[in-house]
Design a protein around this ligand. Structure first.
Ligand code: C2E
Ligand code: MG
Length: 708
C-alpha cells in the first residue's frame, strides 16, 4: 500500500465506468506525447489500447487496494502505472517520480512516518480536478483514518466528498471550494460523517502546495474534531432559546420559529398570546416555589391540547404564546384558544385549597396585513398585535378571547400614550391637586374637602382622572400617584390645623394601593411627619376595593380605622350596591352616587329608593353623603329625607389647591361666587388657593372639628 498515491510530477488520467477519459493531466503530454491533449472525452481504448486492456483486466481488483503495474507507453518506453478506484470510475497514475522497481521513494516513506505521528488529521489531495468528481485524495494520515473509520485504500483515489452526508451544509463547502479555486488558504467548520455514518464536526484548514515550477499541484488539509465544542455550543444555544422552568422555547426561540414560519409564503399562521389572570395572587398567597410548580403544570396541561404543528412558548412570568402554523382557517385558532381556556378552568388543588384559573387571550393572524402598506407582517409585529389584543381583553375585565382589530390597536395605543403621560407627570412633578368641598346641606358650611388629582401634560393640557386613573390602576402607577395625593392632602390638613380651621380631607384610594402590605404604615408615617389628627381623614373606597380585597386590604383598613381614619364607601348605587358590605367591612360613611341624586328632580321611584337608603344607613349608624348635587330642588329633597351632607356643583366645582394659570381650570374665587349665589352666607370656605404645606404645617396643633 503506497503512502502517497501520487506525488508532484506524476500524471493523472481519470476514466469513467463506461471507459471514457474524463480527465487528463496537463503533464501527460510530457509522459505520453502531445496527442494526449485530445484524449479528454474519448474512449480510452481509442487513445491507448494497451492501457485500456490493462484497466479492463485489473479494474475489478481495485476495490481492495491500488495496483502498481508496468506498461510500454506509445513511445516504446516502460511506464510505471498505478491503477486505483475513484468516485466515478478508475484513476490511472503515470508515475514519473519512480524509477522502475522502486515504487516508494525513501524520503516519501520518511515523510509518511512523520505525518502519521501528527495528532491532527491530515489529508493531501491533488489540486485538480476541482469540479466533480472533486480533487483526488493522494494521502491520508493515521489520525484521519482512525477518526473517520476508513481504511487507507478506501480513501486514496476518492475525493473528500466521501466524508460528506445529509447534514453537511453545502453552502459552506461551496464557499470553501471558491476560495480554493483562487489558490487561497481556506477554512471551514463542517459536519462530516464517519464510515459508520456517525456525524462529526470538523474544523478544516486547507493550503495550496506548489511544485518546483511554482505550479499549484496539491492541497494539504489539516482537520480537527470539534464535535465536543459544537455539542456544547448547541446546548448553550438550546438554553438561550428555551425557558429553564418549563423547557419550552422562550421569546427568542419563538421569534426564530416565527420568522421561519413567516418565510413560507403559503403558511397561514395564528399567534395566541395568553396571560394568566391574577397569577400574582397565587404567588402572594402560596409563595414563588408553588407558583413555579403551578406554571410548570399549566404548561403541561396546555400542551395536551396542541396539534402537531403548534408550538407552545413561555415568554416569561405567566405569559405563554401559542404559535399555530399551517392554519386552515381562523376559526381553528379560536377553537384552540377555547380548548386552552377549558383545560385551564379544571380546578387546581394545593394543600386543602381548590381554585380555578383563567386566561386573557389575544389572537393575531399572519394574513391580516396592513391595508395601507400591503406589506407582510414581521414576527415582532405579529407578536405585538397578539400582545395588545390580550391587553385589551385584560382591560375589559379579563378571562376572554379576542382577535386583533385596528380598533383594539387604537384603543390600546391610547392607553399606552396615557400611561406614558402619567409616567412623565410623575417624573416631572406635573400632578395637580384639586379640592371639592363637602358641605352641610342646611347651612352650606364647608366641612371638608375631597382631594381630586389631575394631570398636566407637557403641552399644559389638563387630563381628567377618569381618563388616567384606570390606566394607572392597571399599570401599578396608581400607587406613586396616591402616595403623592396623600402627602399633599396631609400637608394641607396640617396647614388648616395650624390655622385652627376644623376642616377634614377625603382621599380616594384604589384597590391596587390598599392591597399593598405597607399602605397603612405609609399613611401612619405621613401622619407622624405632618403631625395631623387622623380623625379628620376619610378614605374613599369603592365596591371594587371590597370585591378585590385580600388579607392586606383588610389589615390596612382595620389598622387605619383603629388609628382614627374614617372609611367611606364611594359611588354607592353604581355597582352591586350590596348592603352586605356594610356589615363585612369597617365602614363609617356611605356616599350616594350622583346618578342616584340626578333622579331626585323627576324620577319618583328613584326618590323613594334614595329615601330608603338614607333611612337604612342612618339606622345602621352611618353618615350619608349625597354626591353630585346640582340643583336647589335636589338639596331640598335630600334635607327632607334627613340627609344633611353633600357635595356637588351647586356649591362649587373642584378647584386647584394651588393657584394656577391654566386655561380652563376653575379658580377658587368661583367657589365663593357659587356660594354667594345660593345664599349660603355662613359658609366658611377653606383657603383653597393656598399652596399646601408651606412650612409651619408640621406638628401643628390639633383642632377638633365636627365636620361629618
Ligand atoms: P369620585 O371620587 O366619585 O369624585 C367625584 C367626581 O364627581 C369628581 O370628578 C367631581 O368633579 C365630580 N362631581 C362632583 N360634583 C359633581 C356634580 O355636581 N356634577 C357632576 N357632573 N360631577 C360632579 P373628577 O374630579 O373628574 O374625578 C373623577 C374620579 O376620579 C373620582 O370620582 C375618583 O374616582 C377618581 N379620582 C380622582 N382623584 C383620585 C385619586 O387620588 N385616587 C383615586 N384612586 N381616584 C381618584
Ligand atoms: Mg370620591
Amino acid at each position: 500500500m503506497p503512502g502517497f498515491l501520487l506525488l508532484p510530477g506524476d500524471c493523472l488520467l481519470l476514466v469513467d465506468a463506461a471507459g471514457n477519459v474524463t480527465w487528463v493531466d496537463r503533464s501527460a503530454t510530457d509522459l505520453v506525447g502531445a496527442e494526449s491533449s485530445g484524449w479528454q472525452g474519448q474512449p480510452l481504448s481509442a487513445c491507448w489500447p494497451a492501457l485500456s486492456s490493462l484497466v479492463g483486466k485489473h479494474g475489478m481488483r481495485l476495490q481492495q487496494a491500488p495496483l502498481d503495474l508496468e506498461l510500454p507507453d506509445p513511445r516504446g518506453m516502460i511506464q510505471a502505472v498505478r491503477l486505483f478506484q475513484t468516485d466515478h470510475g478508475i484513476g490511472v497514475g503515470l508515475l514519473r517520480s519512480r524509477r522502475r522497481g522502486e515504487l516508494e521513494h525513501p524520503l516519501t516513506q520518511m515523510l509518511c512516518g512523520m505525518f502519521d505521528a501528527v495528532q491532527d488529521a491530515l489529508l493531501v489531495t491533488l489540486a485538480e480536478p476541482m469540479a466533480a468528481p472533486g480533487p483526488v485524495i493522494v494521502y491520508a494520515n493515521s489520525t484521519l483514518l482512525r477518526e473517520t473509520g476508513y481504511g487507507r485504500s478506501e480513501v486514496l483515489g476518492r475525493s473528500p466528498r466521501l466524508f460528506q452526508g445529509t447534514g453537511t451544509d453545502h453552502r459552506v463547502t461551496r464557499q470553501f471550494g471558491e476560495q480554493l479555486r483562487q489558490w487561497r488558504h481556506a477554512r471551514m467548520e463542517v459536519l462530516n460523517y464517519t464510515r459508520e455514518g456517525r456525524p462529526i464536526w470538523i474544523d478544516l484548514k486547507a493550503a495550496p502546495l506548489a511544485d518546483a515550477n511554482g505550479t499549484y499541484s496539491h492541497w494539504v488539509a489539516v482537520q480537527r474534531d470539534i464535535s465536543e465544542r459544537k455539542a456544547g455550543e448547541a446546548l448553550l444555544e438550546q438554553q438561550v432559546l428555551s425557558d429553564p422552568l418549563t423547557g419550552l422555547p422562550n421569546r427568542r426561540g419563538l421569534l426564530e420559529r416565527l420568522e421561519q414560519a413567516l418565510n413560507q409564503p403559503t403558511h397561514h399562521i395564528g399567534l395566541i398570546f395568553c396571560d394568566l389572570d391574577r397569577f400574582k395572587d397565587v404567588n402572594d398567597r402560596y409563595g414563588h416555589a408553588v407558583g413555579d410548580a403551578l406554571l410548570l403544570e399549566i404548561s403541561q396541561r396546555m400542551q395536551t391540547v396542541l396539534r402537531e404543528n403548534d408550538t407552545l412558548v413561555r415568554l416569561g412570568g405567566d405569559e405563554f404564546v401559542l404559535l399555530v402554523d399551517q392554519l386552515h382557517n381562523e376559526a381553528g385558532a379560536l377553537q384552540l384558544a377555547e380548548r386552552l381556556q377549558r383545560c385551564l378552568a379544571v380546578p387546581w388543588r394545593h394543600g386543602g385549597d381548590e381554585f380555578s384559573l383563567s386566561m386573557s387571550m389575544g389572537i393575531a393572524f399572519s394574513s391580516c396585513t396592513d391595508p395601507a402598506s400591503n406589506n407582510s407582517l414581521s414576527a415582532e409585529e405579529l407578536l405585538r398585535r397578539a400582545d395588545l389584543t390580550m391587553y385589551d381583553v385584560k382591560s375589559k375585565g379579563r378571562d376572554g378571547i379576542a382577535v386583533y382589530s385596528i380598533a383594539s390597536d387604537r384603543r390600546v395605543q391610547q392607553i399606552v400614550s396615557v400611561r406614558q403621560q402619567v409616567e412623565q407627570a410623575l417624573r416631572h412633578d406635573r400632578l395637580l391637586l384639586h379640592l371639592h368641598p363637602l358641605v352641610d346641606l342646611h347651612s352650606g358650611a364647608v366641612l371638608s374637602a375631597e382631594a381630586l388629582v389631575r394631570l398636566r401634560t407637557a403641552a399644559d393640557d389638563l387630563i381628567s382622572p377618569e381618563t388616567f386613573i384606570p390606566v394607572a390602576e392597571r399599570s401599578g402607577l396608581i400607587v406613586p400617584i396616591e402616595r403623592w395625593v396623600m402627602d399633599q392632602s396631609l400637608r394641607l390638613l396640617a396647614d388648616w390645623q395650624a390655622e385652627n380651621h376644623g376642616w377634614g380631607v377625603a382621599i380616594n384610594v384604589s384597590p391596587q394601593h390598599l392591597e399593598r402590605e405597607e399602605m397603612a404604615g405609609e399613611l401612619l408615617q405621613l401622619q407622624q411627619d405632618w403631625g395631623i389628627d387622623l380623625t379628620r381623614v376619610t378614605l374613599d373606597i369603592t365596591e371594587t376595593v371590597l370585591l378585590q380585597s385580600n388579607a392586606h386590604t383588610h389589615h390596612n383598613l382595620t389598622a387605619l380605622r383603629q388609628a382614627g381614619v374614617r372609611i367611606a364607601l364611594d359611588d354607592f348605587g353604581t355597582g352591586y350596591s350590596s348592603l352586605a358590605w356594610l356589615s363585612a367591612f369597617p365602614i363609617d360613611v356611605v356616599k350616594l352616587d350622583r346618578s342616584m341624586i340626578a333622579g331626585l328632580d323627576s324620577d319618583q321611584p328613584r326618590t323613594t329608593m334614595v329615601r330608603g337608603f338614607v333611612q337604612v344607613f342612618q339606622d345602621l349608624g352611618l353618615s350619608v353623603v349625597a354626591e353630585g348635587i346640582e340643583t336647589e330642588h335636589q338639596r331640598q329633597a335630600l334635607l327632607a329625607m334627613g340627609c344633611s351632607l353633600g357635595q356637588g356643583y351647586l356649591f362649587g366645582r373642584p378647584c386647584p389647591a394651588a393657584p394656577t394659570t391654566l386655561e380652563g381650570a376653575e379658580q377658587p374665587r368661583h367657589l365663593s361666587w357659587r356660594r354667594h349665589q345660593i345664599g349660603l352666607s355662613r359658609a366658611e370656605m377653606p383657603p383653597l388657593n393656598r399652596l399646601p404645606g408651606r412650612g409651619g404645617g408640621r406638628k401643628g396643633k390639633r383642632q377638633a372639628g365636627d365636620w361629618i
